[in-house]
Design a protein around this ligand. Structure first.
Ligand code: GDP
Ligand code: MG
Length: 424
């Protein structure tokens, strides 16, 4: 039996979905344990190309049980639309291969409204939200002002609970933002339209995970975003509103007694960042445009052009440490093949002083990247499947990153397709 978490080490979009899809062949259960439908996990396999938002990336494997844990932001509307979309491409999704925790809190219709309304109020000080309602959802979860998915099995309680919360939420909607209140009719339409659809998937997933653990099954924990977006350890307030770290996997999955045997940290061979916030290694102009194009760096959820830069050793080392990675998957190495020399952010300079330590968030604005260069390889590496067959410069780049962040790179990804992988 083995438990493994696959987590992001950077700002997200490192290729976690791609790694989960690859490694699920060795696992019986895949659990998403935090975050919501704001994720964009791209998976390309024999069934086609998919951008998964809330569904676990194990959904394509026959025999794998996929779980949405209590830690996720469960948006019935978006989830149902996603289920329909993925099903329409020939992927069976049934209560046998998808199970939703009865303890997951529901993302309610006004959470998306409030996200939008607050970003509009913030204007040029906005956080760069994906407007999926994630921040208002988690705030309300911790204020105990949302409902649990399992309450759907108690219709009278569900209705009354929702009515009480709406009464409270309407005060904010109308008095703070001048928006329209929610009527009971609108809420019952929403419940009938979406909650009823996902109801057959809801069950006591904690019990299922406990049983799987007892039977010695292999469980994979799938995270959203990356270390630098972790609510407690990231670039607050430009973080997400949940914990993206592996340490949260036991809590958010529904198996609080789980021990993680492996923590695979996914690192991109260069840096990208969607939305606002300090991004020390950011490149601009033509150099950035070229990298963005080569890596096709446009958000899977929003289509927004991602900010790009060279690999940031300071942030990546910190990100790996925060995750407690036991091994690294380095992705998108093939994207760097066009470069004569490869820039690397080796350290930061703050007020004329060099530092290797990732600074406190407020100090990041004053940090400047110190850039070094490694030789490029200038040839297509996407068909290579053995480390020793990589050009010497590419091997050197991988070994440099491994040494600099202090964690073994076990996987090197050289393409988006399932088998475009080098295992060391
Ligand atoms: P996630 O959110 O961490 O799952 O990552 P995303 O799916 O948002 O972003 C990763 C993008 O890179 C996707 O478009 C993947 O198809 C693509 N990708 C993943 N690994 C590789 C790779 O090794 N090479 C190339 N060229 N693309 C990759
Ligand atoms: Mg993504």
């Amino acid at each position: 039996m083995s438990n493994c978490a696959i987590v992001g080490v950077n700002w997200g979009d490192e290729g976690k979905g791609r790694m989960v899809d690859l490694l699920t062949s060795d696992y019986d259960v895949v659990v998403r344990y935090q975050g919501g439908g704001n994720a964009g996990h791209t998976v390309i396999n024999e069934l086609g190309k998919f951008a998964l938002h809330l569904l676990p990336s194990g959904i394509f494997r026959k025999g794998v049980v996929n779980v949405l844990g209590n830690g996720v932001a469960l948006d019935p509307e978006n989830l149902w639309n996603e289920i329909e979309d993925v099903r329409s491409k020939g992927v069976p999704i049934t209560p046998d291969n998808l199970k939703i925790s009865d303890r997951a809190s529901l993302l309610l219709p006004w959470h998306r409204d409030l996200d939008e309304l607050e970003e509009r109020r913030l204007a040029d000080k906005k956080y760069g939200s994906t407007k999926q309602g994630i921040a208002p959802f988690y705030s309300d979860k911790y204020q105990k002002k949302t409902v649990l998915a399992g309450e759907l099995f108690y219709p009278d309680e569900f209705k009354a609970h929702l009515r009480d919360i709406a009464e409270w939420k309407n005060l904010t909607l109308t008095s703070v933002y001048g928006a329209a209140p929610y009527t009971e009719e609108r809420l019952s339409d929403w419940a009938a339209e979406y909650c009823e659809k996902i109801k057959p998937f809801i069950c006591d997933t904690g019990e299922i995970l406990k049983e799987a653990q007892k039977e010695g099954k292999n469980i994979l924990f799938e995270a959203q975003l990356g270390s630098l977006r972790d609510l407690d350890y990231g670039i607050y307030p430009y973080t997400t509103s949940s914990n993206t770290t592996a340490a949260y996997a036991p809590i958010g999955s529904g198996l609080p007694s789980a021990r993680l045997d492996r923590i695979i940290g996914v690192v991109k061979a260069y840096s990208t960042c969607v939305g606002e916030g300090p991004f020390v290694c950011e490149m601009f102009g033509e150099e950035a445009e070229k990298l963005r194009k080569e890596g096709f760096e446009y958000g899977a959820k929003t289509g927004r052009p991602r900010r790009v830069g060279p690999i940031d050793i300071v942030a990546t080392r910190y990100g790996a440490e925060v995750q407690g990675t036991t091994e690294i998957a380095l992705t998108k190495l093939d994207v760097l093949s066009y470069l004569d020399k490869i820039p690397v952010c080796t350290s930061y300079e703050i007020d004329g002083k060099k530092t290797d330590r990732f600074p406190f968030p407020a100090a990041l604005n004053a940090a400047k990247p110190v850039i070094g260069y490694l030789d490029g390889w200038k040839c297509d590496i996407s068909k290579i499947r053995r480390f020793e067959d990589l050009p010497a410069q590419a091997q050197k780049y991988v070994l440099y990153v491994e040494n600099a962040i202090g964690c073994r790179i076990k996987y090197v990804s050289v393409g988006a397709e399932r088998d475009s992988i080098i295992i060391r």
